[in-house]
Every structure is written in C-alpha cells, then in structure tokens.
Design a protein around this ligand. Structure first.
Ligand SMILES: *[C@@H]1O[C@H](CO)[C@@H](O)[C@H](O)[C@H]1NC(C)=O
Length: 146
C-alpha cells in the first residue's frame, strides 16, 4: 500500500531526475532556487500520498494490488484533463491569474518545477481533482481486469 501511495511521486522524481541527468536543467539560472522547488514538490508528494488513503479504506484489501491498466489510463487522462482545464482557466481569468503567478516565476523551466505553485493554485486545482476522485469513488471504483 505504501509503495502504491508513493508511486506517483516515484514516477515524478524518476522522470525529473532522468531529464536532469540528460542535461535538461544545464545552466539553470532562474530566480526560483532549486531548494524551493524541492520543498514544494515534497509537500505535493505528502498530499498525494494522503489523497490515496480514501481508496485504502474504500476498497476491499485484496484489490489494493490489482493491476488495472484501463483504470490507470483513464485516471491519468482525467487528472491531465482537469489540470489542463484549470491551467487554461487561470490564464483566461484575471482573478485566477493572480493565483497562477508563482508558477510562471519559473523561467527558464526546470524539471523539478512542474508543481511549483502557490497554495491558492494548489487548492484551486486540488478541489477540482477532489471532485474527480469523489466521483470515481462513488461510481463504485472498477473491477480488476477492466
Ligand atoms: C474569474 O474567476 C472568479 C473566481 O472564480 C469569478 O468570480 C469571476 O466571475 C471570473 N471572471 C470571469 C471574467 O470569468
């Protein structure tokens, strides 16, 4: 269970570090210190692990390790769609753009900065993601082998 809760974070860190080793951050000289990105990411990691807890209690324990490729694909697509939609909204709306300002201080880009956001932005996007999570749980989840 613990490993599953940490899986999104492990994927993020692996991809970010691989890109880093390939030179994606070479010569980074932005205003945002890498330590601030790492701190933000560790907060996100903790929140992601905590957000896995409802599934732990809602699902039968023998299904925790069930591999459900279609569910995984749909989940990634749903999270991506929500995050993309929220990002677009924050660019289109002046009030919301203020929440999003911190994210765009990160120029040039850095592979550890994908989630370098304000707490307001995390709350905004997180609440939409929460709606998706609750919807998925209420639909009764899914069956192994989907
Ligand atoms: C921008 O977003 C705020 C907060 O969600 C909302 O109150 C406001 O009506 C929106 N403005 C426009 C122009 O959509």
């Amino acid at each position: 269970m613990l490993l599953l809760a940490l899986l999104p974070s492990l994927c993020f860190w692996s991809a970010a570090l691989l890109l880093h080793l390939l030179g994606a951050n070479a010569g980074y000289s932005g205003k945002v210190p890498v330590s601030a990105m790492v701190r933000t990411q560790l907060c996100i990691d903790a929140l992601q692990a905590l957000s896995a807890l409802p599934r732990f209690f809602a699902e039968p324990h023998d299904r925790h390790l069930a591999l459900r490729p279609l569910s995984l694909l749909l989940g990634v697509a749903a999270v991506d769609l929500v995050e993309y939609g929220c990002h677009r909204l924050m660019h289109a709306n002046k009030t919301l753009r203020k929440l999003h300002k911190r994210h765009h201080r990160l120029i040039p880009l850095h592979t550890l900065g994908a989630y370098y956001n304000s707490a307001g932005e995390a709350l905004f996007t997180g609440s939409f993601l929460g709606v998706v999570l609750v919807g998925a749980l209420q639909s009764g989840g899914d069956r192994p082998g989907d």
